[in-house]
Write a protein that binds this ligand. Sequence first.
Ligand code: NCD
Length: 331
Amino acid sequence: MSAQGKPFHILRSGQFDRKFLDHICLLTDHIRRLDKSKDGLLYLNRLCQGKRAMLYFTQPSTRTFLSFQSACQILGLATSEIRDSSTSSERKGESIEDSLRTFSSYVDLIIMRTPIPGFCDKVAQMLDETHRPVPIINGGSGPDEHPTQAVLDIYTLSRSFRNFGGIDGKTIMMVGDLKRGRTIRSLSYLLRYYKNVKIIFSSPDEFKIDQDLRDKLLKSQISFEETRAFEEPLAQADAVYMTRVQDEYDVKGESKSVDYHKYHLKYEHLKLMKPNSVIMHPLPRRDELDVRIDNDARAKYWRQERNGMWTRVALIATVLGADSNVILPEL
Ligand code: NCD
């Protein structure tokens, strides 16, 4: 964190506090409002003009990459990208650390996704020791963390519950591969900032949350429950956060032997759910989320995806110190 309480790097969701989340949610509302007029758009476009960002994404990505790229465009930042390390000097035997130090020489910000847990922290630390550190934003670090997804999920939850008392007091059910789903870990850490929230983790035994997350949640005294049940908790949930099997982290195809069918949210389940509940998914989806649900008013995942772009505009503006220039009149 900088002296003003704003982060220099965005590496893990655990670094955010409630004040920061409220700041980003408010900023996102204003950015969305500015986007509605030509003057507003031009205003946003000047906020980071003349600055450059590098998108270093060596793990597959559609939404995160494009939403960050679009967020940079909205703020007037020029971008360069690497999406395959075989096209950089890593192919010539250069270490990833040296490659990233090289990129940092040309840009003002590096946004990165890699399959290696903890790697963003390592790069940030390495750059901090140089004469020209640039901020690092973690766009997903293996099965470990996805802090900007957690922020957009918080924004989506708080918008969805705006007329229902906010996130406080809500029961959030998380379903799927909770062991390797980085969105689950990053979002769960943040829910401790809201009063009387209960998390229900619903998964087969093979995909239960990892001990590190369990320990952190126990320490933070957030109420949570782990269950193999799916339909019973569905009826109690105010929000259901679906996730896919993260089989890219399989060692020997072990996901194939897990019976996952029970954890598919089908159209027929909608009648079990509360009328004002919210259905979320970080996407991409597979069979765990029935496409016939898309037109139900409770389905918020397409909005959640678009919120990703807006919250990333807010996060980049904050990291680059342009957030104070977003005029915040009373909404
Ligand atoms: C998620 C991710 O990459 O962790 N996707 C995303 O960023 N929206 C979820 C996933 O891939 O299952």
